[in-house]
Structures are given as C-alpha cells and as structure tokens.
Design a protein around this ligand. Structure first.
Ligand SMILES: [Zn+2]
Length: 407
C-alpha cells in the first residue's frame, strides 16, 4: 500500500464477479469491516481463495466512524460489527455517541478484539474455502491463503483539536500497539488518520510519528467545484507528509487521487461503480452501485443514457477501446461489463497519467474540458441533457487549476 501507486478496490459482496475476473487490473482489496462481520464466512471464502490464487493482498477497514453516529435504524451488519468488537452498545439508537463515554476497558476490548479478528481471519471452514476456490476456475491450494497485509486498528473521524474524538483515536491506537506487541504482530499495524478537513488531517499527520499512514478526509468530493481550495490543501498536506518521510495511502480516492501521486500519495482505494469519496455521516447507508458508465476522458461516471447520447454525436469523447467496450456504444454494456470497464479504465489511467509532468496534466485536462464544453453547446439533445453534459466536465478545468497551483 505504500510503494509506487497501489490500486485497491473496496470490496462489496455484489462485486465478486468483477473482482474475480480482473485480478491483474488492481493491486489489492479493501474489505469493509461491516461486510467482514456480517457475511463472515462468505467474505472469508472469497477473499482467502483469491489471496491463495494470486497472493492478492487485502486489508480490513473497521469503518469505526460509523459508531460516532446515532444509528436510528441500525442494520444487522452494524450490530454484528459492534458484537465482533465486543461492545454491542456501540450501536447507539437513541443518543448521539459521546467520546467521553469510552472507558479504558471499552478501548481495550475494541482494540484487542479487532486484532484477534484480523489475526484469525485466515481461519475458514474447508468447505467454504473450496466452494469459493471452485468459482475461480483453477486449482487453488488452501495453504496458500494469506493473512491481511496489515492490521488497521479502529480510528475515529476527528473534526477539530477541541474534539474529544481525537483522544479516543489515540487511545485505541495506543491500546492496539500494546496488545499487538503481546501477540507479536505489532509490525503489521498501520494507522488510519481520518479528519473532516484537509487542514485538520495535516495537523494530525504532522503530530504522528508513524511513517506509513492511511488517510481519509471525510466527504472530500473531487468533482465538486467547491472542493477546489480543499484539494489544494490536500495536495499541500501530502507534500508536507512526504517531506517528513511519511508515505500515505488514501482510503477513498478517484482519478484525482492518481494525480496526487506526484505529491506523495502511494495509492488509493475505490468502490467498483462508485466510492470516490465518503462522508462519515453517510456511512450507515450503503448498497449496490447504480449502473453508470465511467467516461474515460471525464474520469467520472455518468448515466448510461447521457453517455450514449454523447457517443452517437461525438464518439471520440466517450468511446473506450477496452475489451468490454470495443469502442461500441455504452448502451451495449450490461451491468457487470460496466463495472469491469470502470476497473480496466482506472488501471489504464494509472499507467498513462502517473509519470506525466504536471504541466502536461493541466494541458490534457484543459483540452478535454474544452472538447466536452464545445460538444455540450452543439449537442442535438434536450436542453436539460446538454446542461448535464456541460456540468459533467467542469471539474476538469478545476483539477487543472489545482495542479497548476500545487506545481
Ligand atoms: Zn471500456
């Protein structure tokens, strides 16, 4: 996760087929704790058989900020994750959770249970392993299955220095380190630093002695024009971290995170079909992604109908030569092809953009922005469709400005 640019996929149980088909197009899997807790056997069978096939690394993210919310309608997966951590009362239905209520005993319980869960993750029933191994269509030996690459102890989303959640995060980290030492797995711990803004993240990272950090800035939407200042701050925070010798992997990131590699980011994870950013307040709601088409030159998903409209009149703007698309209309792709196409394109984006000089990056983004804007203005389509096309490209010019500012 901390060398070159590592492309991870956030695993959801609906994506098994895509993940199985495309293992040479990504570097590792990020398994949400909610899914690992709720669909424990199936997730294990799937992840472990894959790890045995190609030594595909994976890590499990605790999704702990979920428990900083009042969960009015908790899902079964939320309760099962809390149970796994040994503290069922983490699911707070009637009150907003209070950081001051985390006793030392609770902190220790959460920390040790999470480490035990990670260490024991490779224990799976033979029949479960065999069932998932058979779906891979090749011989996979159970003894080749892997432990999680790293253990990411639970962490909290920190809003500000005045926020008592920072100390909860610190105490979980400290307790995890002592427990991991006792179990001789302390070299596997990597810290997640989660903050509600890039400036806050910068402050937390600058006080951390850890050299390899996983980052999450809540709700940083790389497509929103209002994110411009924060994307600059994110780039600056990464540059500072790199200056301190820290290597940083992003828990959530779209194409813009690939561009951030030039300021030190060593990789990012994205959901298949969605998941470029995540707001911790929205963590409780998740589900299967809608069927949308990832437009390579926009580096974003748009509705299949919109993509098809553009393709008919300006095929060069949306067509893709990957083996799912073959330059054909986006409307010909079924759900899984849409998903596979998006993973293939990200793989190609990483190969094509990672080493470009910043001036070239800005130039290409501006070029594509102008091409889409011109197409929107001459598109034979209802006004609302043309407006959507025009709006869908505005982030390209914004990204170009961010890269120019960061240099
Ligand atoms: Zn394609």
């Amino acid at each position: 996760m901390f060398e070159g640019f590592q492309h991870y996929l956030s695993y959801g149980s609906t994506d098994q087929q895509t993940v199985r088909d495309l293992s040479e197009y990504f570097n590792g899997l990020l398994v949400p704790g909610t899914i690992a807790a709720f669909q424990a056997e199936g997730t294990k069978g799937f992840v472990l058989s894959l790890s045995a096939r190609s030594a595909e690394p994976y890590v499990i993210d605790s999704r702990f900020p979920l428990f900083q919310n009042r969960l009015q309608r908790p899902k079964k997966s939320h309760q099962m994750l809390a149970d796994l951590l040994g503290v069922p009362s983490l699911v707070s239905q009637f009150m907003t959770p209070d950081p001051n209520n985390f006793s030392d005993a609770t902190i220790e319980q959460i920390s040790s249970n999470w480490i035990d869960f990670n260490v024991g993750f490779e224990t799976v029933q033979t029949k479960t392993f065999d069932k998932y191994a058979a779906r891979l269509g090749e011989k996979v030996l159970p003894e080749n299955r892997q432990d999680p690459l790293y253990i990411l102890p639970p962490y909290t989303m920190v809003g500000s220095a005045a926020d008592n959640w920072e100390s909860v995060s610190q105490r979980i980290w400290d307790a995890s380190q002592s427990y991991a030492k006792a179990r001789s797995v302390d070299d596997k711990l990597r810290r997640v630093i989660a903050a509600s803004s890039a400036i806050e993240w910068d402050r937390l990272a600058s006080t951390s002695v850890e050299q390899e950090i996983v980052a999450w800035i809540s709700n940083l939407d790389e497509f929103k024009l209002t994110s411009e200042a924060e994307l600059v701050q994110y780039g600056q925070a990464l540059t500072s971290a790199m200056g301190r010798g820290q290597r940083v992997f992003a828990l959530y990131g779209g194409f813009f995170s690939v561009l951030l590699s030039r300021y030190g980011l060593t990789g990012s994870s994205h959901g298949i079909g969605f998941g470029e950013h995540r707001d911790w307040v929205e963590l409780p709601s998740s589900g299967a992604p809608p069927a949308r088409y990832y437009v390579p030159r926009l580096h974003r998903y748009v509705g299949v109908d919109i993509a098809t409209t553009i393709w008919r009149q300006f095929p060069e703007l949306v067509s893709c030569d990957c083996s799912e698309c073959n330059n054909d209309s986006p409307s010909t792709l079924d759900y899984h092809s849409l998903m596979r196409h998006s993973v293939r394109v990200r793989n190609k984006e990483i190969a094509g953009w990672l080493d470009l000089p910043s001036a070239e990056v800005s130039h290409l983004l501006d070029r594509d922005y102008l091409a889409f804007r011109a197409a929107a203005q001459s598109l034979a389509a209802p006004a609302n469709v043309a407006k959507k096309v025009e709006e869908s490209c505005a982030h390209l010019a914004m990204w170009s400005r961010v890269i120019q500012t960061l240099g």
